[in-house]
Design a protein around this ligand. Structure first.
Ligand code: T4K
Length: 368
């Protein structure tokens, strides 16, 4: 057992020497960005790995979200979840869109489809759900509502790399789905992200938007942004992809050990997963319930005092941030399930390389 701090996650990094040939190639051909060879190769490799047809790489998940909304010309109001990372709602505001918060489902912690219709107004143009912790949303119910009201659906799939439902990749749902490849994610390119596009036409538009709106050397068709992934990051992605199955397998076994260790601890609930889903074990959230002897925050402090750094994803709720809390939909009475979840959740360390000893120690500290 080491005395090193144990964080909620640690990036998975293949051996450094395996990266050198990629660097050498970049140095040799001197293409550093703007859709170079590694960028092309990573797009192809990810399409194959994820089982999707079209993908557009980005510099990070947040710019990808902002661009996804731009590409669909979303305006007015968008229904979204308060139980997510700040980027979800911030991407709306960066497009001049008003977020409308709807409560989450108590079992999945994803946007509750049963509550969406009541939040639709004449200004509503889209729904932006999050596959929180990589657990799939109720995609069928959400699409049905979207079809009935002629709304677009943009999935924030930042946590959902590699997740599959019974018919294939979860990323195929919605008008667009957005991934994050941040250092803390299951698959990382240090910083990075992507939009999964349903067809070649939408990919062309997204590729233009992420490159300032350029179509060719002299033609600019939209006020685009710089969202391009560099060759360095794309090369990292190609290397990570070679090892990602091992990383996923390691996460799976950590998840199973936690579930076994914590199953009989009074007051601790592990979030369940659907058996039909091929999961990615991106996070290990537990709920510290009222019958646990100490509060969630006291447990958080106790673990920290022992060198373990879990995170309260997602506390505070986005709807409690100062720039959102004045919105009518942000009121806590409107969001009882999310409010309770934010007060009880603790995401435990999960990453390839977390040792059995460390995991046992974490479980013991929670159980004792
Ligand atoms: N939508 C959703 C639903 C998201 O969760 C996110 C990002 C986005 C959109 C936006 O995607 P990006 O634009 O980021 O691609 C982290 C990540 O920065 C963020 O990407 C992620 N969600 C969020 C859930 O978690 P913080 O502020 O908690 O990160 P930080 O720096 O405190 O890192 C957590 C722990 O990870 C540290 O205690 C130590 C470890 N760590 C972190 C980094 C950056 C390392 O060991 N090495 C590292 O390089 O937000």
């Amino acid at each position: 057992m080491s005395n090193k701090p144990i964080y909620v996650t640690r990036p998975f990094l293949p051996p450094l020497e395996e990266f050198i040939p990629y660097l050498q190639e970049i140095w040799d051909n001197k293409i550093l960005s703007n859709g170079g060879p590694f960028h092309q190769q990573l797009e192809e490799a990810l399409c194959e790995f994820l089982g999707v047809k079209h993908i557009a790489l980005f510099t990070n998940g947040t710019i990808a979200l902002v661009t996804a909304l731009q590409s669909l010309r979303i305006t007015g109001e968008v229904i979204t979840t308060p139980y997510s990372f700040a980027a979800t709602s911030h991407s709306l505001v960066w497009n001049g869109i008003k977020p409308v918060f709807v409560d989450i489902d108590p079992n999945t912690f994803n946007l509750d489809p049963a509550r969406i219709e009541a939040a639709i107004t004449p200004q509503t143009t889209a729904i932006m759900p999050v596959h929180c912790y990589g657990h799939p949303c109720d995609v069928v119910a959400i699409q049905k509502i979207a079809d009935n009201y002629n709304l677009k659906v943009i999935y924030d799939a930042a946590h959902a790399f590699g997740v599959q439902d019974a018919e294939g990749s979860i990323l195929r749902h919605g008008d667009l789905a957005v991934l994050s490849f941040h250092a803390t994610k299951v698959f990382n390119t240090f910083e990075g992200g992507a939009i999964i596009c349903p067809d070649a036409k939408s990919k062309v538009r997204i590729d233009q938007l992420k490159n300032f709106g350029f179509v060719d050397e002299v033609t600019v068709v939209a006020p685009g942004i710089n969202g391009k992934m560099s060759e360095f990051n794309a090369a990292l992605g190609l290397l990570q992809l070679k090892h990602v199955c091992l990383a996923l397998a390691s996460r799976k076994s950590i998840d199973a050990i936690y579930r076994e260790n914590l199953k009989d601890v009074p007051g601790i609930r592990c979030l369940s997963r659907s058996e039909e889903v091929v999961a990615n074990f991106a996070y290990f959230p537990i709920l510290v319930q009222p019958d646990y002897p100490i509060s969630r925050d006291d447990l958080y402090e106790k673990l920290k005092d022992n060198g373990i750094h879990p995170r309260r994803y997602f506390y505070p709720l986005i709807s409690d941030f100062p720039m959102y809390r004045g919105l009518p939909s942000a009121q806590r009475e409107n969001l009882p399930v999310a409010t309770a979840a934010a007060q009880q959740v603790l995401c435990l360390p999960i990453y390839p390389g977390l040792t059995d000893d460390d995991q046992r120690r974490i479980s013991q500290l929670i159980a004792e």
